[in-house]
Design a protein around this ligand. Sequence first.
Ligand SMILES: NC(=O)c1ccc[n+]([C@@H]2O[C@H](COP(=O)([O-])OP(=O)(O)OC[C@H]3O[C@@H](n4cnc5c(N)ncnc54)[C@H](O)[C@@H]3O)[C@@H](O)[C@H]2O)c1
Length: 419
Amino acid sequence: MEKFDIRDPRLAEGGRRRIEWAEREMPVLRLIRERFARQRPLAGVRIAACLHVTTETANLMHTLHLGGADVVLTASNPLSTQDDVAASLVTHFEIPVFAIKGEDNRTYYQHIRAALEHRPHLTMDDGADLVSTLHKERRDLLSNVIGGTEETTTGVIRLRAMAADGALGYPIIAVNDAMTKHFFDNRYGTGQSTIDGIVRATNILLAGKNFVIAGYGWCGKGLAMRARGMGANVIVTEVDPLPALEAVMDGFRVMPMNEAAKIGDIFVTVTGDINVIDRQHFEVMKDGAILANSGHFNVEINIPALEAMARSKRLIRPFVEEYEMPDGRRLHLLGEGRLINLAAAEGHPASVMDMSFANQALSLEYLVHHAHEMEKKVFSVPEEIDRQIARLKLEAMGIQIDTLTPEQIAYLNSWEEGT
Ligand SMILES: NC(=O)c1ccc[n+]([C@@H]2O[C@H](COP(=O)([O-])OP(=O)(O)OC[C@H]3O[C@@H](n4cnc5c(N)ncnc54)[C@H](O)[C@@H]3O)[C@@H](O)[C@H]2O)c1
């Protein structure tokens, strides 16, 4: 087995500078790293991480390495890898990486298998591909594994389904469920970086465009807020009456996709669901419509149907595929329907990943101490970790808040005081 598999080690220097740049916006992770370097809480622990290979992830890997862990990194999406970062991790940080931007599905899974050869005690996942490969193909390794973490909504859903079936072999902490993760990463991170990906790929003006967002969850809310800020007319589609109502009250138009499909200029799916934009929608879309996905898997837009319907396709710009329909309309698919913020831009800004990855690092430390007493289920990040991260982030931003007085504590804890 190769020791690593990356695009080109000569990209390392540029990667190192960008990793350094991200580090400046990651003060909470920096504090954790300084403590980890002193205390080495992960000494002797082997970790296999399946995460987007970005500058922020590099800072997390470095933190774990300094904490004593023996880490290997593989990509959690074939298109999200930053090749210069992979090169720098291997060259400057002695962290083996198996990831090449644009790798095909076969190579993607070969890389996951290579990371599993590391015989991990802890797994880190973003979408649960590593955990599911481990459970399907390498059950011989399960007895070594004490626990794991999961970064994203889609992965947490998959792992909860495994736990419900009694199929999960070890406890997992759902980093996504931490408030300091999804309040910020999914909302502000995905919101901003999805716009960034669309603009970098297309250079279109958003002002005045009908911008259709499928899914008004954490990511959808952030995206809607930012698209409106750019002057777009935001339309939301939903299947759940609660977020649909929230979108209405937030001032957005809400309608079924069948209606939105006729008037949208730009469509973005962020649902975690399948075939949200389908054949009947392609049939009625306007000439020039742009389609992108920012949900975890590339199944939210029915690409096989689009391929089957189109009479031709061509790559018109990097990350922009133009499909010509039999009636001459042209539909544009961005980034092969993969997470557009990572495919065409750089993923979330470091400042939000600071909190997500602080949760990752502290959850791993927690697992080292507590995994043996945890059931084989999916757990939330312990509340004390969540609050500690929020406190540290505020401190790093130079923002102070009030403290409850003894009188207020007594008042809030009593049931006797009333009108
Ligand atoms: N691009 C990124 O960097 C990034 C970051 C975080 C999460 N994600 C991914 O984005 C997806 C959404 O995450 P989230 O945290 O917003 O999840 P969420 O559960 O908060 O929201 C998803 C929303 O989509 C709605 N939905 C489901 N099926 C639908 C359909 N057919 N039509 C319209 N709406 C539908 C649900 O009702 C829900 O309100 C997940 O796949 C997650 O893993 C991506």
